[in-house]
Design a protein around this ligand. Structure first.
Ligand code: ADP
Ligand code: MG
Length: 612
C-alpha cells in the first residue's frame, strides 16, 4: 500500500501507529477454541432448554437420514430394479419419497429452531452489553471510542450469532453424516472404502490451503471497505470544510485511489476462490474416474463379483462422505471467528465500572446545594494532573463563574461537581457530604448540566426538552421557554416545538440547540445547575434578550457558569480563575478587580476590549 498521511483519509498504517501509541493491542479476528468460552456462550441458551432439546433431537435425526437415503437409492437399484420387480419397486419408491419428505421437514425445523435460538441468544447478549455499558463510568467512554463499541454490538455479536446458530449443529449433522456413510460403505465393500478414505486428506489439505488464503483476502476486503466508508462519512460530514477549502478535487482523487485499491483486493479474493472451486471440482471428477475404474474392475472380476447396485450406492455414499469436509472447514473457521467475538464481548461484560455507588449511598433530604472542594486533585491519565489542589466553597444559591484559558480544567471541575468523576485526592462535598457517598442517580435528579458539547437526541424539540422530566406537560415546557424569553424564537420555526431536530440536531442552528438544552436543564428545576460555555454559540442580541431571564432562573440555585462575557462575570458571586489545573485566584468579582496585577483583572480587560 502507498503511504498516505494526509488528514481526512483513513490509512491503515496511520491507524496502526496510533493504536500502538495508545498501547492498544491489535484486536484479533480469530481466537483458538476455548471450552470455557463455549460453555459461557451456551449458558445464554439456558432459558431455551426445551427448544435446545428438540433441536438436538432433530440434529441427530438429520445425521442419520442422509446416509439412509443414499443407501436406499442403491438398495432400490440393486434390488427391485435389477430383478425387474415392478410392484416391489412402487413400494420402495413410495417409501423412499415418504422418507425424503420427512427428512426435509426435519431439515426445515432444524434450521428454524437453530435460527430462533441463535437470534434469542444474540438478542440477550446485545441487551446485556448495552445495559452493562450504561453502568460504566465516564473514564471507560474516554478510553473506548464509540466506533469500537459499535463493532462489538454489530460485527462481533453477529459473529457469535453465526457461531451459535451454525457451528455446533451443522458440524454434528455433518460428522454424523460422514460416520453413517462410512459405516454403510464398510458394510458394502471395505476395499473401496479404503480408497475413499485415502482421498479425504487430499480434500482436507486443499481446503485448508485455500481457506487460509481466502480468509486473508476477505480480511483485506473488509479493511479496505471500512476505509472507504470511513472516508466517505468523514468527507460528507465535513463537506463544508471540503468545499470551502477547495479540497474537493484532492479528496476525490484519494477516494478514486481507495476505490481502485478495493477493486484490486476484490479481484484477488475472487481469483483465489475462482481457482479453489474448479480445483475442488476437478478433484471430485478424478475421484469419480478412479472409483469407476476400481469399482468397475471389482464388479467385472468374477472372483469378487461386486453387485452393480453396490457400486451405484458407493457413488452416492462417497459424495455424501466428502461434502461435509468442505462444510466442516467452513464451520471450523466460523467457530474461530465466533471465539474472537465472544472473547471481546465477554471482556466488556467482565469489565467492572471504575467505581460504583457504595451500597449505603445516601440521598440528601432538603438538599441545599452547597458545594465544597477540598484540596482536590484529578487526572484523566496517570502522571498528567489536570486539577491540582482545588479549594473553594460555593454557598447555596451562589453563582460561580469559572474562567481561564482553554484546557485549564474548567469542564473537568464541573464534571467533578456533577460526580461524573471522583477526585484522585481530596474531597468534593455537597451539603457537607462526600460525593463518593452520595447516590449518583439521586444526585442527577437534582443537578442539571448543559455541557460544552450539547446533545440533542433524534426526535422533536419537544421530546428533547422533556427529556429531563418526561411527565412535564406541553404547557410546562412552553412555560420554561417563556421564562427563558425564547418561546417566540421556537414558535417561529416551521413546525414550532414539533420540529424534528434531525441527525445530531442539524436541523437547528447551534444557538437554537443550546437554548433547547438550556430549557431542558431548567425544566428539571435542579438545585445545582452547570452551564459549560452554554451561551458560546448564541448571538449577542439573543443572549442579551435571554440574559435577564437567565439571571432570574439562576437565582436560588447553586450554579457554575463557564463563560467569558463580562455581563456574566459581573453578576457572579464567586469567580474561580483556573490556570493549567490550578486555582490561581478566587473571590467575588469586585474584590478581584481591585487587584491591579490580578489575573482576573487582566482577563476582564481583555474581554472588555473584545466586547467593545
Ligand atoms: N477525556 C479526557 N481524556 C484525557 N484528557 C482530557 C479529557 N478531557 C480533558 N482532558 C484534558 O484535561 C485538561 C483540561 O480539560 P478541560 O477541563 O476540558 O479544560 P477546559 O474546559 O478548561 O477547556 C486538558 O489538558 C485536556 O487535554
Ligand atoms: Mg471546557
Amino acid at each position: 500500500m502507498k503511504k498516505r498521511a494526509i488528514a481526512g483519509i483513513v490509512d491503515r498504517e496511520v491507524l496502526d501507529r496510533l493504536k500502538r501509541e495508545q498501547g492498544e493491542v491489535e484486536e484479533r479476528d480469530q481466537a483458538p477454541l476455548s471450552f470455557h468460552l463455549i460453555q459461557r456462550l451456551f449458558s445464554f441458551t439456558a432459558p431455551y432448554k426445551r427448544k435446545m432439546g428438540w433441536l438436538m433431537g432433530l440434529v441427530l435425526a438429520r445425521a442419520l437420514q442422509m446416509p439412509v437415503l443414499a443407501w436406499a437409492v442403491g438398495a432400490i437399484i440393486s434390488g427391485p430394479v435389477a430383478q425387474g420387480d415392478e410392484s416391489a419397486l412402487t413400494w420402495w419408491v413410495g417409501g423412499f419419497l415418504g422418507f425424503a419428505i420427512v427428512t426435509e421437514i426435519t431439515f426445515a425445523f432444524r434450521i428454524k429452531l437453530a435460527l430462533e435460538i441463535g437470534e434469542a441468544v444474540i438478542r440477550d447478549v446485545r441487551a446485556a452489553l448495552f445495559q452493562h455499558w450504561l453502568r460504566l463510568t465516564m473514564s471507560y467512554f474516554n478510553a473506548n471510542p464509540v466506533g469500537r463499541l459499535i463493532s462489538r454490538l454489530t460485527g462481533d455479536a453477529e459473529n457469535i450469532r453465526v457461531g451459535v446458530q451454525n457451528v455446533l449443529f451443522v458440524s454434528l449433522v455433518q460428522v454424523g453424516q460422514m460416520l453413517g456413510c462410512a459405516i454403510f460403505m464398510v458394510l458394502q465393500d471395505w476395499v473401496l472404502f479404503l480408497l475413499v478414505l485415502g482421498m479425504a486428506p487430499i480434500v482436507w489439505v486443499l481446503n485448508r490451503y485455500f481457506r487460509e488464503r481466502l480468509s486473508k483476502a476477505y480480511r483485506q476486503q473488509s479493511d479496505s471497505y471500512s476505509r472507504i466508508t470511513a472516508t466517505m462519512a468523514e468527507s460528507v460530514s465535513g463537506i463544508r470544510v471540503t468545499q470551502s477549502f477547495g479540497r474537493g478535487e484532492v479528496n476525490a482523487g484519494m477516494f478514486r485511489d481507495l476505490v481502485a485499491d478495493h477493486a484490486r483486493i476484490n479481484f484477488v479474493a475472487a481469483r483465489t476462490s475462482g481457482t479453489f472451486l474448479p480445483l475442488l471440482e476437478l478433484n471430485g471428477q478424478l475421484f469419480m474416474a478412479l472409483l469407476i475404474v476400481v469399482g468397475g474392475w471389482r464388479v467385472l472380476n468374477p472372483e469378487i463379483a461386486m453387485p452393480l447396485g453396490s457400486m451405484v450406492q458407493f457413488f452416492f455414499l462417497a459424495g455424501l462422505f466428502f461434502s461435509p469436509i468442505t462444510v466442516l472447514g467452513n464451520m471450523f473457521n466460523e467457530a474461530l471467528t465466533a471465539m474472537a467475538g465472544a472473547e471481546k464481548v465477554f471482556a466488556i461484560l467482565d469489565s467492572e465500572p471504575e467505581w460504583e455507588d457504595p451500597p449505603d449511598a445516601v440521598e440528601i433530604p432538603g438538599f441545599q446545594g452547597r458545594v465544597e472542594f477540598r484540596d482536590v486533585y484529578f487526572s484523566y491519565q496517570p502522571g498528567r494532573p489536570v486539577l491540582r489542589g482545588i479549594d473553594f466553597v460555593a454557598e447555596p444559591g451562589q453563582t460561580v463563574a469559572i474562567v481561564g484559558a482553554t484546557g485549564g480544567g474548567k469542564s473537568t471541575l464541573a464534571g467533578l461537581a456533577a460526580k461524573f468523576y471522583l477526585p484522585a485526592a481530596g474531597v468534593v462535598q455537597l451539603d457537607g457530604i462526600d460525593t463518593r457517598r452520595i447516590s449518583g442517580p439521586w444526585l442527577h435528579r437534582h443537578l442539571a448540566i448543559v455541557p460544552q458539547q450539547n446533545h440533542l437526541f433524534g426526535g422533536t424539540l419537544l421530546e428533547n426538552i422533556r427529556l429531563a422530566r418526561p411527565d412535564a406537560t406541553l404547557e410546562e415546557v412552553r412555560d420554561a421557554l417563556r421564562r427563558l424569553d425564547c418561546l417566540d424564537l421556537f414558535d417561529a420555526l416551521p413546525q414550532g416545538l414539533e420540529t424534528g431536530v434531525g441527525e445530531r440536531g442539524t436541523a437547528l442552528s447551534l444557538g437554537q440547540r443550546q437554548l433547547a438544552c438550556f430549557a431542558r436543564a431548567l425544566l428539571a428545576d435542579p438545585r445545582i445547575l452547570i452551564l459549560d460555555e452554554a451561551t458560546s454559540a448564541i448571538d449577542p442580541i439573543t443572549e442579551k434578550k435571554t440574559q435577564e431571564a437567565m439571571r432570574r432562573l439562576l437565582a436560588g440555585r447553586t450554579s457554575f457558569v463557564v463563560a467569558h462575557r463580562l455581563s456574566t462575570l459581573r453578576h457572579a458571586d464567586l469567580v474561580l480563575v483556573l490556570d493549567q489545573g490550578e486555582l490561581v485566584e478566587s473571590g467575588p468579582p469586585d474584590e478581584l478587580l481591585e487587584r491591579d496585577d490580578g489575573r482576573f483583572r487582566a482577563l476582564w480587560d481583555e474581554a472588555g476590549m473584545a466586547e467593545l
